[in-house]
Design a protein around this ligand. Structure first.
Ligand code: GCU
Length: 602
């Protein structure tokens, strides 16, 4: 049973939907890494279970004594056919594909077990997963704690009453099978890394704690801070103090019946920007809890075809990034691995990154914030979603709200993206316009977009006519003239007519090249062809396109994809990276770097 939550207006708080089994997922805790946490990471035992024998009986009914019981039997007096004690182990967090050769292409169920000691502290204990791809069923000491669907957003459970003093056994059933009614579906161009791919944390908080908070500038201002703080209990009269020492800001206000305290005040502050990614230490105190965070303040708006950051027009010098580790080419599982990719983006001269096609890990966003990189953050509503399936909509909405809630305080996130390359149609427009309305209701401080496809006026008069352009703030589209659409010479012949008075971003363009493969500019798959494609495209942007507000070429690094099968060229990798899967900079890297340097538009 999936659990989805309603969202309180303004402050993003996940509340149990009526009628859902709320005993499972607990509202997401904000800024978990600043909490009293114990990482449960390490080497966990695992069992590969393609037929889900550990979950179903021989009639395919959920079994009462599945692997989650982890029964200690000696196979003399009682019978069982699994044994975590003598099973192999793998590193958690981490995808299973790159840790066990038998699991490289595996899509199905793997069971994980981790034992840990616990001593009651009188505090509330939450079990927090930063991400599990794709479906997780979680058990503690043989009892079902809950489950979660969606491979790229965090979730947590209140396990206070399920923990025992001494040894505890945590078991997770992870299933990464693709399916047509999932989000994303069974059809996407990146590698289906399965497993517990991000941190697992035991979080201890006071029984009454600061569950979430949101700081932003009041819409239309650059000097009025609005702060909302919510306790985990619906209780009026709790004093909440908010302190921003650098601004000599210290305000105390009481919670309302919902347990929410809100305050706003005018102040003179330094705004966050790529040139000066200013973050303020923020302290929040209640009578029972305290939490600190580093928060920046910025204003992002649009005016005609301009994107305005803090009132000034900005050109987004970007690059698209998949969350795949440099060199190792597995799902990123540490802040250090994310930092390498972001440093490559900075080396390119970027002030912006498109974190495609799903929410990246929290540390990646926070690292980008410190480095002065603006961010496009996206949910994996990708290609062929089942637009008329209410379960699919609820799933997409849940992933959207989990993404927004986790990162609601990140100054560098300027765009929430609700989709990528989805086919025109009424059902799709209904689905996406509803998501867009949710974003608008829950966060009026950022821009909405989605990566669309072209809808041309002729073979060489290109355009983007999409009903969804009425719902987004920024018109973004992917275009592959010179790759999927003609060869490079076509780039010099096309014209563009885009008839919307909104900012325009080219969210993807590019072509493939094998690092070290050289030839003439006309020779596809060579570094020369790829570099020529970029040179012509950048020239087209400068000379023959309506003014645009930014680009995020596809893609920073060659990445694994099971769609990319051309032997000795792709070998299971999408080769559109400006950097190879081995960290080698292709010629095109320097073409783009030079253009960003020349167009040192702030
Ligand atoms: C599409 C899609 C990407 C894909 C890319 C490609 O635009 O958005 O996910 O990898 O094209 O074909 O390389």
């Amino acid at each position: 049973m999936r659990n989805f939550f309603l969202l309180l207006p303004g402050l993003l708080v996940l509340q149990p939907l009526q009628g859902q089994t709320a005993a499972e997922l607990y509202p997401l805790i904000q800024n978990v890494y600043q909490r009293d946490i114990r990482k449960l990471n390490g080497y966990w035992s695992y069992i590969i279970d393609p037929l889900e024998t550990g979950y179903y009986d021989y009639r395919r009914r959920p079994a009462a004594n599945g692997f989650f019981k982890d029964e200690a039997v000696d196979n003399v007096h009682a019978y069982k056919e699994y044994d975590f004690d003598v099973s192999p182990r793998m590193g958690i967090p981490g995808d299973w594909n790159t840790q066990d050769r038998d699991l490289f292409y595996y899509e199905g169920t793997v069971w994980f077990r981790h034992k840990f000691h616990y001593t009651p502290s009188g505090k509330k204990a939450l079990l927090y997963f930063a991400a599990v791809n794709y479906e997780a069923k979680v058990y503690l000491n043989g009892k079902k704690i809950g489950e979660h669907v969606g491979g790229y957003t965090p979730f947590n459970f209140d396990i206070t009453d399920q923990l025992t003093t001494g040894e505890n056994t945590l078991i997770v059933k992870v299933d990464n099978k693709r399916s047509a009614d999932a989000v994303p579906t069974n059809n996407f161009d990146w590698f289906n890394y399965g497993g517990i791919t991000r941190d697992v944390l035991l979080v201890e908080v006071p029984q009454k704690f600061i569950q979430t908070y949101k700081f932003q500038l009041r819409k239309g201002t650059v000097d009025v801070i609005c702060a909302q703080v919510k306790l985990n209990v619906k209780e009026a009269g709790n004093k909440i103090t908010i302190e921003i020492p650098a601004l000599k800001w210290k305000k105390t206000v009481e919670t309302d019946a919902e347990g929410v305290a809100a305050i706003e005040a005018k102040t003179k502050l330094t705004l966050w920007s790529p040139q000066n990614p200013k973050l303020y230490d923020i302290h929040i105190y209640s009578t029972t809890d305290t939490i600190a965070d580093q928060i920046g303040f910025k204003q992002i708006t649009t005016r005609g075809r301009d994107i305005l950051l803090n009132g000034h027009s900005i050109f987004l010098k970007g690059i698209s990034i998949h969350e795949e580790a440099a060199f190792r080419n597995g799902r990123i599982y540490s802040a250090e691995e994310g930092k390498i990719l972001l440093e490559w983006a900075k080396e390119l001269g970027c002030n912006y990154v498109r974190l495609a096609h799903y929410p990246h890990n929290e540390q990646m966003v926070r690292e980008a914030e410190k480095m002065g990189l603006l961010v496009w953050s996206e949910i994996p509503v990708y290609w062929t979603i089942q637009w008329e399936n209410p379960e699919v909509y609820a799933n997409a909405l849940n992933q959207l709200t989990e993404m927004m809630e986790r990162d609601q305080n990140r100054a560098n996130i300027i765009i929430w993206s609700i989709a990528n390359e989805t086919p025109h149609g009424d059902a799709r427009d209904n689905f996406l316009s509803s998501l867009a309305k949710t974003v608008r209701e829950k966060d009026d401080s950022r821009l909405i977009s989605m990566a669309m496809e072209r809808k041309d006026k002729s073979s060489i008069v290109l355009s983007v006519n999409d009903e969804m352009n009425n719902y987004v703030d920024v018109i973004s589209f992917n275009q592959y003239v010179g790759w999927y659409d003609g060869t490079n010479e076509k780039i010099d012949r096309v014209k563009w007519e885009i008839d919307y008075d909104k900012p325009i971003i080219i969210s993807e363009f590019g072509g493939g090249a094998v690092y070290g493969l050289h030839g003439e500019n006309a020779d596809i798959w060579t570094e020369e062809y790829q570099a020529d494609l970029y040179r012509r495209t950048l020239k087209m942007i400068e000379e023959r396109m309506p003014p645009i507000a930014g680009i995020s070429p596809w893609v920073l690094k060659d990445f694994r994809s099971s769609r990319r099968l051309l032997p000795q060229i792709q070998d299971g990798f999408n080769r559109k990276g400006v950097i190879s899967d081995r960290g080698e900079r292709k010629k095109v890297f320097f073409v783009l770097q030079e253009w960003y340097k020349k167009n040192s538009i702030p």
